[in-house]
Design a protein around this ligand. Structure first.
Ligand code: HEM
Length: 399
């Protein structure tokens, strides 16, 4: 238990941290990776270079500080992060390293303003926050291990098929290299894959949603080839597209994530932007297998038909009440003749207004601008927050 004095000190330093939060976490990462370069095998270097993870951590530390006397209020956020941590094999022994370097960074950036009293209060508070994460993650490791025959972190899988789905998206079918069965998972969950790219000093890992309903003897991920950039962007996806072939081995962690389909009777609307189709495809296939009478509307947005993945799989879904629509930003004449073509442009207010039904649940996945605009418009149209379920690619806090 933290003393009231510690709680007061921690809360009163939040405004200072809000001003310096990002500088502190940047300093923290720099120091931590100098002292523990082995952690570069865990962290996504592209996120690091673009400052995304820095912001995520800064925001979370501040959020936790504000709720330090009521951490229960932020359990849903902690759980979502804990899923990511578990899927990346973050372990309890990593927490003191993060804690030590975070405190050092606070001291370095705040200078004399960081008195011993403040540092000690933060050390205590960090301990409480870290214990909350460690506790939730411990349960998740236990559950993963129980459900997956002792599989806790990375395990070798073999690429058993590689299928091009569009000009930009290729699917990889993965089966355990030791011949064991793939475990079941919840539609919407993701896996982490880890690969050793020749010429790279550290291992690279990435999360990809499972793009097929559970119940097969393989995992399927569908990877968009990202544009390659100076800040490491596209390294992993391009390597997967160009160099990883059928028969190759890659390491995989057990499925994780809390953006999952709820088995309810309400009508459901899926809104997919670009490669955000992947978890939603797994979900809609699951609805068709388990709840064929549930009312489903599926809207897929893509730039045009050549970069659109899974057009056929979506049109083959069998449901009693199923409405499918494609929205293309720059359609070709062929796209405009597609029987499911709805509109040239974006998933805007007009498109969304057509989807409004009492009690419908909305599942939204796509790039950040798509998510921001779709979620804001749904709210304007009167859809309540608890009816909007979403996930996008990148640290969740960025939304
Ligand atoms: C991701 C917070 C401890 C490694 C994240 C995210 C947040 C966060 C907010 C983004 C979640 C998302 O992508 O949806 C925290 C907090 C911690 C903590 C508040 C301490 C209380 C740790 C530790 C490690 C770690 C001890 C391991 C050394 C990672 C990694 C990611 C991540 C590798 C994935 C993002 C990336 O690679 O850029 N964490 N974390 N975290 N965390 Fe933590």
């Amino acid at each position: 238990m933290l003393s009231q004095k510690t709680i007061d000190i921690v809360k009163s330093t939040v405004p200072v941290l809000e001003i310096h939060g990002e500088t502190i976490t940047k300093t923290f990462y720099k120091n931590m990776f100098e002292a523990h370069p082995e952690l570069l095998n865990i962290f996504n270097q592209t996120n690091q270079k673009r400052g995304r993870q820095q912001t995520a951590l800064a925001n979370t530390v501040l959020a936790a500080a504000k709720y330090i006397d009521n951490l229960g209020a932020i359990v849903p956020v902690v759980k979502q992060i804990a899923h990511k941590h578990r899927s990346l094999a973050v372990k309890p022994e990593h927490y003191p390293i993060v804690g030590e370097n975070l405190l050092k960074a606070i001291k370095e950036v705040l200078g004399d303003a960081a008195t011993d009293e403040i540092i000690n209060a933060w050390a205590e508070a960090y301990g409480v926050i870290a214990d909350a994460f460690i506790g939730i993650e411990k349960d998740m490791y236990k559950e993963a291990s129980e459900q997956n025959n002792g599989w806790e972190d990375y395990k070798e899988f073999r690429v058993t098929d590689k299928v091009q789905e569009s000009d930009l998206i290729t699917s990889f079918y993965l089966r355990p290299a030791d011949g064991t069965k793939v475990p079941t998972y919840l539609p919407g969950q993701y896996i982490t894959i880890r690969i050793n790219i020749p010429g790279e000093q550290y291992l690279c890992n990435r999360q990809y949603s499972l793009s097929v309903a559970p119940g097969h003897d393989y995992f399927r991920i569908s990877v968009k080839k990202e544009a390659e950039g100076e800040e490491h962007e596209g390294k992993v996806s391009n390597y997967l597209h160009k160099s990883v072939q059928i028969g190759d081995k890659i390491e995989v962690t057990a499925p994780a994530g809390d953006f999952v389909l709820e088995e309810k009777d309400t009508p459901v609307v899926f809104l997919a932007g670009g490669v955000g189709i992947t978890p939603l495809l797994s979900m809609v296939q699951t609805v068709s297998e388990k709840q064929p009478n549930r009312s489903v509307q599926f809207i897929q947005a893509a730039n045009n038909g050549s970069v659109q993945a899974f057009r056929n799989e979506l049109s083959e879904i069998k449901l009693a009440d199923y409405e499918l629509g494609f929205v293309y930003a720059s359609p070709t004449d062929i796209d405009k003749n597609n029987p499911y073509f709805v509109k040239e442009g974006y998933v805007d207010r007009d498109v969304l207004a057509e989807t409004i039904k009492p009690d419908a649940d909305y599942y939204v996945c796509g790039p950040v601008p798509f998510m921001k605009s779709v979620i804001a418009t749904l709210k304007e149209l009167g859809v309540t927050e608890e009816k909007i379920h979403f996930e996008f690619f990148g640290p969740a806090m960025a939304l």
